[in-house]
Design a protein around this ligand. Structure first.
Ligand code: C2O
Ligand code: CU
Length: 462
């Protein structure tokens, strides 16, 4: 029989053990294992699909931390190929940015790498592979990263919705492995034929009428632009690319979410009990499809609430004055139906055909590859303005690592803070930021096969 004294000792020992365990847990990072796995992506009846996923899932496990806290993860590479992890949108320490070939070496199969960084800004982010990303992200290596604000908005519940598309062989349900397909690289990129939300083609969550939800939308696809809308939901956009808007914006029509972009919505369920509300996806043809379904079961409160207030602002706040901003230009050229006659590759000027033979279809300022020297050598604290000229027949999603920028336009006030900007075909847009994070930062199109075939550059901040 356990005497009281023995019990106390026992319990105290247990306590000690847990403390020690907790201590150990804070020193040794949790594993995030990149590995192969078989998952059921298309409906039952189809074969399982062999993917590459963090902890064998796509999307990978949710990483959720309070603002200002450290994120520690040990990448364990159980894949047959080298890999690395980029923490998209985090104002991160450059050494932890995860860009294989720029900020670290790719992690070989069987090896590990410890990521350890502070998440200074609250918001919706994501993590993904950044070695041969046009292949590895398409195989499933991505997951959600949420940094919680100390003062969270009052909602009934929250849904993180990772939107993705998979390009599968319709016969075998295997991932189409023609990652370097010239036709896709030179056009709109790799567009999938199976659309999923959180890895499900039929994502559905029951809700109550009048409930208030926070939807954290993440576009994790390689190249798909998601035009989204609401049905049976009244919504406001409260943050873009993790960063709060100064005032919530009612979402009446279409929210365009480009590759890598995020949006936080606050939505109230207006559909009746027994109906189904939807996050809709608009297509080119016909009726909108359901990207996520919210069947209404019961009523949360008697009445609807008023419009939500803004999320608490993050520290920083971006560029304030353009007065002394260094002007830079980035001209994007190439692609099918484009006007690129030639560009530089390996120090040589090559014609479009020769470039195409080498898998290069695009250029930035006439360079069809990452250059040895950066697009710009910036000094810490310097204000910068980059005019991005999309001289191609396709839209692109330009992403700057390590820093959020604002879009600037003559005669209007600076746009919201973003880390990824969509440019329509033929469009010129200007972004501005303060070079306040030292390091080497990639600047590329997030249509990943475009990045792989020429649309990649970088800036250095010292
Ligand atoms: Cu989301 Cu360079 O990446
Ligand atoms: Cu592009």
């Amino acid at each position: 029989m356990l005497t009281r004294r023995a019990f106390v000792t026992h319990a105290a020992a247990g306590l000690l053990a847990t403390t020690r365990h907790a201590q150990a847990a804070s020193d040794v990072p949790e594993n995030l294992t990149a590995r192969e796995a078989a998952v059921q992506l298309p409906p039952e009846g189809y074969a399982e699909t062999s993917i590459w996923g963090y902890d064998g899932r796509a999307p990978g496990p949710l990483i959720r931390v309070p603002q200002g806290r450290r994120v520690k993860r040990r990448l364990v590479n159980d894949l047959p190929a080298p890999t690395s992890i980029h923490w998209h949108g985090i104002r991160i320490d450059n050494a932890m940015d995860g860009v294989a070939g720029l900020t670290q070496d790719a992690v070989a199969p069987g090896r590990t790498f410890d990521y350890d960084f502070v998440a200074p800004d609250a918001g919706t982010y994501w993590y993904h592979a950044h070695n041969r990303s046009w292949e590895q992200v398409a195989r499933g290596l991505h997951g959600p990263l949420v940094v919680e604000e100390a003062d969270a908005p009052d909602v009934d519940h929250e849904e993180i919705l990772v939107l993705d598309d998979w390009l599968l062989d319709p016969e075998t349900a295997l991932i189409d492995d023609r990652f370097n397909h010239p036709m896709r690289m030179s056009h709109a990129g790799r567009i999938g034929n199976l659309l999923t939300t959180n890895g499900r083609f039929d994502f559905s969550r029951p809700v109550r009428r009048h409930a208030r939800l926070r939807l954290r939308l993440i576009n994790a696809s390689n190249a798909r632009i998601f035009p989204l809308g609401l049905a049976g939901l009244r919504g406001w956009i409260v943050a873009l690319d993790g960063m709060p808007l100064s005032a919530p914006e009612p979402l009446h029509e279409v929210l365009v979410l480009g590759p890598a972009q995020r949006a936080d919505l606050i939505v109230d369920v207006t559909a009746e009990d027994g109906e189904t509300a939807h996050l809709l996806r608009f297509g080119n043809e016909g009726r909108p499809a359901s990207q996520a379904a919210f069947p209404v079961r019961g009523t949360a409160t008697r009445t609807a609430r008023g419009a939500p207030g803004p999320l608490p602002p993050n520290p920083g706040g971006g560029i304030r004055s353009l007065a002394d901003a260094r002007p830079l230009q980035l001209v994007m050229a190439g692609g099918a139906m484009g006007r690129m006659n030639s560009a530089f590759l390996g120090g040589e000027r090559l014609g479009f055909r020769d470039l195409a033979d080498r898998g290069r279809f695009w250029s930035f300022n006439e360079m069809a590859e990452m250059t040895q020297t950066p697009l710009a050598d910036l000094s810490l604290g310097e204000p910068v303005r980059i005019s991005i000229v999309n001289d191609t027949a396709f839209p692109h999603a330009m992403h700057l690592h390590g820093i959020h920028f604002r879009e600037v336009r003559k005669g209007t006030k600076p746009g919201p803070m973003r880390d990824t900007l969509m440019l329509a075909a033929g469009e010129t847009r200007d972004i501005a930021f303060v070079a306040d994070n030292p390091g080497d930062w990639l600047f590329h199109c997030h249509m990943l096969s475009h990045a792989a075939s020429g649309m990649m550059t970088w800036v250095r901040i010292t």
